[in-house]
Ligand binder design. Sequence first.
Ligand code: ZN
Length: 343
Amino acid sequence: MSAAEPATEVDDEKFLARLKAFEGRTVGAPTEGPDAVNQAMIRHWVEAMGDENPVYVDEQAARANGFPGIIAPPTMLQAWIMRGYKATAELAEARAEGRRAVGASPADDLMHVLDEGGFTSVVATNCEQEYRRSVVLGDRLSVSSSIESVSTEKQTGLGIGHFITTVLAFTDAAGEPVATMRFRILKFRPGTGKSTAALSGPPTAGSEEPRPLRPRPALTHDNAFFFDGARQQKLLVQRCASCGILRHPPRPACAVCRSFEWDTLEASGRGTVYSYVVVHHPQVAAFDYPLPVAVVELEEGTRLVADLVGIEPDAVEIGMPVVVTFVAVDDELTLPMFGPAPA
Ligand SMILES: [Zn+2]
């Protein structure tokens, strides 16, 4: 792991100065999207996303909702200016061969510097969008991008790396601003994350090292009831208070009738294995392996993902009857898991 060997302080400062030199740099000339905003691309997008909002496909519905006509889904913003598969493949090929591609931008150069520094892994961390107006059919969008900031070296859960924030300013054919998108990525050194020690396997018996806790669920006011219920040995399923349909995982609104009103139903805990996997890798120290995980179809009709317990991984079968059991995995967290139903 030579890339992760500690560099001298002077080297670190030089490297950071190289990165910081990219701040404020424009990523090439403003680029016009290859196609005008069009119904065909929108239709493919909303079908793929399962988004049935009529304002994206129905002129009348769009006008009835106060828009000047059919609008593009806000999340499609970047789709209108993407350079396409061919250009992206050429860039990747050039990078793999260590040469600068025709049309490479300062952002590509920055990636190259980070790759050289051993920060070869990448993950998108967040994206913020601001709209001045909706994007409508026929719009011809152009984008100007600039590198807003490159962070100092940070230790993150994934690894040691640098956050890079790029700002994309979208304008229409008249040069008027339409939207801004701020996109942040983390370029990090693989194998330097906080959980790396865990990857070498669970601590052996008698080890000084305490076993790490399971990852905490991200609790919200929509899903807290589920975990509170589990602590009370109850398997609670969210139910629309308007139309009565069950839904899981919990979310704010009913996908059928759009109601925000809901209550819960206590499920019997009986179900069948709808599908399953047996996880062998990657291994995280909080879990035991091989780890069978199932999509359980409850007899009430909803499905949920849960660990299987008390079953040999080889013995799991699709359709097998299972029953819930509540496992206190630590002092704070109790989870519903499923074991074989008594014959
Ligand atoms: Zn409903």
